[in-house]
Design a protein around this ligand. Sequence first.
Ligand code: ZN
Length: 607
Amino acid sequence: MGKKLYHGAAYYPELWDSVVIDQDLQLMKETGINIIRMGEFAWSTLEPEEGKIDVSFFAELINKFYENGIETVMCTPTPTPPIWMTHGFPERLFVDMAGRRMGHGSRQHICSNNQYFRERAAIIAEKLAKGLGSLPGLIGWQLDNEFKAHVNECTCATCKELWHKWLREKYRTIGSLNNEWKIGAGQPAYRSFEEVPVPENTASFRSLPLRMAYRQFSMEKIAEFADEQAEVIRQYSKAPITHNSSIGFHVDNERLFKNLDFASFDTYATIEHAGAYLINCDIWRNLKKDKGFWIMETSPSFSASLEGTATPHPNGYLKAEAAAAYALGSEAFCYWLWRQQRTGCEQPHGSVISAWGKPAIGYENVLEVERMREALEPILLSSQSCQAEVALVYSDHAKAYFQNGPFKKLNYRGFITEFYQQILSNGIHRDVIQPGADLEGYKLLFTPYLPSLPEDAAERARQFAEKGGIWITGPLTGDGGTAIPEDDDELVLEQKYGEGKIVQLHFIPRSEEEKKRLEKIIDQYANEAGVDLRMDISPGTIAIPRKAEGNQIWVMVNMDGNGGEIDLPFKGYDLISECAVPCGKTEIGKFEYKVLQSFESHSPAVS
Ligand SMILES: [Zn+2]
């Protein structure tokens, strides 16, 4: 990986005959698809009867596509266990917090902590890795599919037993659990770990520490399952391993990607939520800092299911999305899905081609992405993502706290994305980092909406300020989110700390006026901290700096379809049109992209 920019699609050859597969191969070549992802739902095809596993269908396909210039990411098929796994074995099924047992017929209906499931999952992963792992066309692995997208915490008998074991390892004594959970106020203390329930329906308020601990238990267990699968694959294959996650799922992405080789995510944000799209790119780039991330799934036009349909992208937006992703460090931009399904709950979903092999809605936009990819590829492959000077902390634990705790009615994702937008609209290049991330190289740090800021993260932030950084914390951070003063003078509290500063924000920017205020505060402290990686741009357009040989390039993308304006601080050179660009105001068209560098540092070798 890393020698090309990938443009791909999810492909389900197990649903089609060989005539259709040959047609797909031809159409993919014409469209410019150079990577396919296969296999995540194919367990029943691979192992129709228990123990009868045959991976040759996929081996032949991987080879055939490779000979035609198309590489493969292969998946472990564990989100859809075959019927023989659960029929007659209700104890293997997932049980939700209301006590409802899932049934076969969809996805994620099995308990991923079930011992028998784990054994069969390891066996199928091993067979795939042995059979496909050294094929030249196989360039990566995806584990499972969208962990915990459709379900959250399982409460089956297996999980209950593992929960008690987990609690014992974490707290050692039941006294320390009672103490830490502050049990006694309205609840009798537990006398043993076996008495601690799984979160179920309760008559009144649920215990927040119990809910938070159970979420953490569940997030650790699913990451352990990923580790287990990765370990099996690594015995037989050198291809790097990922998982397609999202900030919407019930996982701790920081922990999940810890032992994986590269980070990838799925996104179906519409143009109104371009900020949500961009924050994903900034999060996933920083989950594996020295590696490119992947957009494993996005729609060529619109997402849909039998439940409803999202608004299709306006023409041109797909190209803007893809240009932004590649410039922000994505190695791949992949669609879900290549060929529309003939049946099933996702039959209405946007695809590159229709079930009968004709261009679907958005096909012209996919061709536009391919032309852009070809133009940007040499420039992006000879440059790298820059570390930002500004970091914003995103936390899946904070998200869990918001979902379970006193802020239940507040939406963490919405709040953090809104905060992010104010950094974005200042034209500032930013990293979105995890609570455990290193703060080396940053000048300005934001930690909003972290009610349970971990002590080690707080300590790192204090040291960051002590050494001269500006740490802006809040609202709702560190104090369980209690104090929101009414007095206007106390909404922003600044104190010197070592060589730097700690600034506390005590207002939630919800009204337009409050959002403007936050935008100004960010601007003021970015100036004070000496943030250089920023560009004066009109709203709706973004500027992405990249490090090239001996100089810097800026990729500009208009995301809102209204066109925009950049106030260029240098006399520039446009690497795409190969023209000089004057210093000062320059325009960018509707969904257009440009790559600019300063005229002085322009080296003919790059163009
Ligand atoms: Zn379970």
